[in-house]
Design a protein around this ligand. Structure first.
Ligand code: T4K
Length: 373
């Protein structure tokens, strides 16, 4: 079985060049290129409407936004987080000189396991940093009630969760702040970009100052802020993408549905079920390659590569395997049995709006053919 061209785990959505041209003309005419210009303002307003959230602050990417979220809330000491994520999640802690305390994930949705959080809390714990992994919402109510009990802040790394709804409202409205990524590989992209979502104007105001070096007016600097601003070009791309986002998510949904139908009944191949009461964004399509399957996950990954299909092992290695984390006591794999197992079994299959369903079937038939060798 061979494909005529390489297939990657994702392929970014792009607006048409003809639609982009008027936006570029406006930027050239106005010569406002950055520092919260008109397209930046328009995109913040449009995103609040689309997502159904009250306050959003745009950023240059989802890593700087996460670093800034921690700065905004003055988080110090220890923060409880997941080892099963992209390394940016815990890097944001180290950039703030915060000690990550890793807690295992739950096996159904691969998010931080609330039942393991309390035993990891010490007098130094100030916050919880969970990830809505692959856009599947965390157990937000359980996490919030632990946070309330111990007076902790909750910052969600919602990099994957653009447009996801839980019980009919945006999953981004949970916690004190949620951080989203608009990277090229994400459901909604501005090439590079990100945002923080918060629930009150004072927090937004402080975030906006921190992302602009801490400036308050021309002559006052109130904190050691950073340059986290999104440019007018990226904001223009965002405005264009937003017009098409529902259509893109609908196309992803069809890809997701086809994978699930075609993979049904293959021994040792497990799909991750979506959380109840959730409107998904279908941002990733992870499968678990379990011992009942003929090949290991790594063998399947390599076999796919041979035919030009580039799946990804998101998230292997675990964050706790990287040298800057492996020395923390909580990084010991014996304390993280679910994350350790899942990380050795997970494989993210290609998913993007214009992925042809015939290609999805090539991928699933390839998986099925290897199960009966
Ligand atoms: N928190 C979480 C939970 C995250 O997953 C991420 C980012 C962040 C925080 C930080 O957000 P940002 O600072 O990135 O906004 C990618 C992305 O770079 C990263 O954004 C993402 N998570 C992570 C899960 O994946 P790589 O190194 O795996 O991407 P790369 O370049 O190998 O791209 C994957 C495939 O996508 C390529 O094989 C081809 C395709 N692709 C990629 C790009 C960049 C394209 O076709 N065009 C492109 O422009 O990290």
């Amino acid at each position: 079985m061979a494909t005529d061209k390489n297939i990657y785990v994702t392929k970014p959505n792009l607006p048409s060049l003809s639609d982009l041209a008027p936006y570029l003309e406006k930027i050239w005419e106005r010569r406002i290129l950055s520092n919260c210009g008109p397209f930046h303002v328009d995109l913040e307003n449009a995103l609040c409407d689309y997502l159904g959230v009250n306050y959003i602050s745009l950023f240059c990417n989802g890593t700087v936004s996460l670093v800034t979220a921690l700065q905004t809330l003055g988080i110090t000491g220890e923060v409880i987080t997941t080892p099963f994520s992209f390394v940016a999640t815990s890097h944001a802690l180290l950039w703030n000189k915060i000690t990550p305390v890793f807690v295992d994930i739950e096996k159904d949705h691969l998010n931080l396991d609330p039942s393991k959080i309390e035993e990891a809390i010490t007098e130094k714990t100030t916050a919880i940093l969970p990830v809505h992994c692959y856009g599947n919402p965390c157990k937000v109510d359980e996490i919030q009630s632990i946070a309330n009990k111990y007076n902790l802040k909750v910052i969600y790394d919602a990099a994957h969760a653009f447009g996801v709804k839980l019980d009919s409202s945006s999953v981004l409205s949970h916690g004190d702040i949620s951080s989203v990524s608009f990277h090229a590989t994400k459901v909604f992209n501005t090439f590079e970009g990100g945002a923080l979502v918060c629930s009150n104007v004072e927090t937004k105001d402080y975030i906006d100052k921190l992302k602009n070096f801490g400036h308050e007016g021309e002559e006052t600097v109130l904190a050691p802020g950073i340059n986290g601003k999104m440019s007018e070009f990226n904001a223009a791309i965002g405005l264009l993408q937003l017009g098409e986002i529902d259509h893109f998510i609908e196309l992803r949904k069809t890809v997701d549905k086809t994978y699930r139908q075609e993979l049904e009944g293959i021994d040792g191949i497990q799909c991750i079920e979506q959380t109840n009461n959730t409107v998904s964004n279908y941002s990733y399509f992870p499968i678990l390659v379990e011992p009942g399957y003929y090949l290991t996950r790594d063998d399947l990954y390599n076999e796919f590569k041979k035919i030009g299909i580039y799946t990804r092992k998101y998230f292997y290695p675990l964050i706790t395997d990287f040298p800057m984390y492996s020395g923390f006591p909580s990084a010991n794999s014996s304390r993280l049995p679910v994350a350790t197992r899942v990380s050795s079994q997970v494989l993210c299959l290609p998913i993007y709006p214009d992925l042809e369903l015939d290609t999805v079937r090539v991928i699933t038939q390839f998986i099925r053919s290897k199960s009966i060798l």
